[in-house]
Design a protein around this ligand. Structure first.
Ligand code: NAD
Ligand code: G6P
Ligand code: MN
Length: 444
C-alpha cells in the first residue's frame, strides 16, 4: 500500500462524518491522507457538511485534497478505503421504524425487533449499490462499514457479495469497553477482551489487562449495582437520557445470566415488554426525535456556523470511540498491525457450538488481509439458543430480500423474540410494506 491514503466517506451527510474527519486529522501522523472525499446520494444534506469541512480542512490540513460529490465515479475512483455509514431512508424512516411497531404493541428500535428488520430490508439495496461502485472504480479498496442494521447487512454481504472486501463493524463493544475501563481504573487500550455473540447480541467472557489480571468479577459487581452507568462520562456518544437508561438496564440483563457481561442491546430481547411500556409513555417522541433535536441539530448547526463565519476557528465537532475505532481499523489493515478488535465475521468455528455460516461478533486479529477470528470455544445453552433464534431471523430477512418472499418476511417477524404472535407479525408486516414503499423490494 502507499504511504499516504485516499479515503471516501460514504454517507457523507451523516451526523458522524465530522467526527470521523476530525479523528482522521488527529491521526495524520499514524495514518496520513493524500485525499479525502465525501459521497452521499443526498447532495443538499451532504453539501452543508461538505462546505463546512472544506473550510475546516483548508485551515487545518491544506495538504489533503478534499472534495464532496454525489457522483459515484468521482467518489469511488482512486481510493484505498471507503468508510461507510449510510442510512437508507434517513431519519424520516428511522422514525417510522420506531413508531409503526408501537401501534401493534411492540417496541420500535433502529436495529432490533421489527424496526431493525424493516431497516434491514431497506439497507441491503443501498449497501449493494456502494459496494458495487467501490469494486468498479477501486477494486483493491476495503470498505469499513458501520451502516446498520449491521447484523443483517453482514449476512447480506456474506450471501450476495461473498468475495467483496467489506468489513462490518459496531462501536458498542468499544464504547462499553471505555465504560469498563473507567470502572476498573485502566485505559481502554490496556484491556483485552474475550467476547462472543451476534451484532447487538453478545457477552464478554473476559476483560484482562496486558499482564493477564482478570477484571470480570470486579466489573460484574459494579454492573450488578449500577449497570454500565459510570461516574464521569467517558465519551460524548451514548450520553442522552435514553442511553443513560439503557446503560442502567444492563443491571437487569446481567441478573438473568450473571456469568458474563452483557451487551446493552440485549435489553430489547430480554425485556421487550419493559421497553414497549416505556415507549408507550411518549409514543410521539422516540429516539429518532431525540437524535434529530440533539446530535443532528448540533452537528448541522456547527457546520452552518463555520460556513457563515468562513472559518472553523472556535468551533469543535465531537470525536469519540466511534470515530477512533474506524480509524484504528483502517490503520490495522494499512500497516498490518495485528491489533485485536471485536468484529462481525463468518463464524467458521470461532464459536464451537454455533453454525459455521452464521455472522457472529468476536475478537479478531486484524492485519493486511483483514480480520482473523479468535476462537471463543463452547458457549452455554442459554446464550446459544437465544443467538440461534436471532441469527435465524437475520438469515430469513436476507432470504426474504433475495427471494422477494412475503412468507419468509412473515416468518422472520414471527420468529423474532420481540413479536408476540404470528398474527401480530402479519399485521405489522402489512403495515411495514405500506410504510416502506419503494425502499423495499416488492414481496410476493
Ligand atoms: P444520517 O441519516 O445522519 O446519515 C446517513 C447518510 O446516508 C445521509 O446523509 C443519507 O443521505 C445517506 N444515504 C442514504 N442512503 C444512501 C445511499 N444509498 N448512498 C449514499 N448515501 C446514502 O445517519 P447517522 O445517524 O449519522 O448514522 C449513519 C449510519 O451509521 C446509520 O446506518 C447508523 O445506524 C450507523 N451507525 C452504526 C454504528 C454501529 O455501531 N455500527 C454506530 C453509529 C451509527
Ligand atoms: C450504538 C450502536 C449503533 C447505533 C447507535 C445508535 O452506537 O452500536 O449501532 O446506530 O448506537 O445511536 P443513536 O445515538 O443514533 O441512537
Ligand atoms: Mn452498533
Amino acid at each position: 500500500m502507499m504511504n499516504k491514503f485516499s479515503v471516501v466517506i460514504a454517507g457523507g451527510g451523516s451526523t458522524f462524518t465530522p467526527g470521523i474527519v476530525m479523528m482522521l486529522l488527529d491521526n495524520s501522523d499514524r495514518f496520513p491522507l493524500r485525499k479525502l472525499k465525501l459521497y452521499d446520494n443526498d447532495g443538499d444534506r451532504q453539501g452543508i457538511l461538505g462546505e463546512a469541512l472544506a473550510i475546516l480542512l483548508k485551515e487545518q490540513a491544506p495538504e489533503i485534497e478534499f472534495s464532496y460529490t454525489t457522483d459515484p465515479e468521482e467518489a469511488f475512483s482512486d481510493i484505498d478505503f471507503c468508510m461507510a455509514h449510510i442510512r437508507v431512508g434517513k431519519y424520516a424512516m428511522r422514525e417510522k421504524d420506531e413508531k409503526v411497531p408501537l401501534k401493534h404493541g411492540v417496541f420500535g428500535q433502529e436495529t432490533c425487533g421489527p424496526g431493525g428488520i424493516a431497516y434491514g430490508m431497506r439497507s441491503i439495496t443501498g449497501m449493494l449499490e456502494i459496494i458495487d461502485y467501490m469494486e468498479k472504480y477501486s477494486p483493491e479498496a476495503w470498505m469499513l462499514n458501520y451502516s446498520n442494521p449491521a447484523a443483517i447487512v453482514a449476512e447480506a454481504c456474506r450471501v450476495l457479495r461473498p468475495a467483496s472486501k467489506v468489513l462490518n463493524i459496531c462501536d458498542m463493544p468499544v464504547g462499553t469497553l471505555r465504560r469498563m475501563s473507567q470502572i476498573v481504573g485502566k485505559k481502554p487500550e490496556e484491556l483485552e477482551v474475550r467476547y462472543f455473540g451476534l451484532n447487538h447480541f453478545g457477552w464478554w467472557t473476559s476483560v484482562k489487562d496486558k499482564e493477564g489480571n482478570e477484571y470480570l468479577d470486579q466489573i460484574r459487581e459494579y454492573v450488578a449495582e449500577n449497570g454500565y452507568l459510570t461516574q464521569i462520562e467517558v465519551d460524548t456518544q451514548h450520553t442522552d437520557p435514553s442511553w443513560q437508561e439503557t446503560h442502567k438496564k444492563a443491571k437487569d440483563i446481567l441478573a438473568v445470566a450473571p456469568e458474563y457481561l452483557p451487551n446493552t442491546y440485549l435489553k430489547y430481547y430480554l425485556y421487550p415488554d419493559y421497553v414497549t411500556d416505556h415507549m408507550q409513555e411518549h409514543p410521539e417522541y422516540t429516539r429518532a426525535n431525540e437524535v434529530m433535536a440533539g446530535r443532528e441539530k448540533t452537528v448541522f448547526d456547527h457546520a452552518k456556523n463555520i460556513i457563515e463565519n468562513g472559518s472553523a476557528k472556535g468551533i469543535a465537532f465531537d470525536i469519540d470511540a466511534h470515530a477512533s475505532f474506524i480509524v484504528d481499523l483502517a490503520r490495522a489493515i494499512a500497516y498490518n498491525t495485528h491489533e485485536r478488535m471485536v468484529m462481525i465475521v463468518e463464524n467458521n468455528g470461532a464459536i464451537a457450538n454455533f453454525p459455521d455460516d452464521a455472522m457472529v461478533e468476536v475478537p479478531c486479529i486484524v492485519g493486511v488481509d483483514g480480520p482473523e477470528p479468535l476462537t471463543q470455544g463452547y458457549i452455554p445453552a442459554f446464550q446459544q439458543a437465544l443467538m440461534f433464534q436471532q441469527v435465524t431471523v437475520e438469515k430469513l430477512v436476507v432470504e426474504a430480500y433475495v427471494e422477494k418472499s412475503y412468507q419468509k418476511m412473515w416468518q422472520a417477524l414471527t420468529l423474532s423474540k420481540t413479536v408476540p404472535s404470528a398474527q401480530v407479525a402479519k399485521e405489522l408486516l402489512d403495515d411495514l410494506i405500506i410504510e416502506n414503499g419503494d425502499f423495499w423490494p416488492e414481496l410476493k
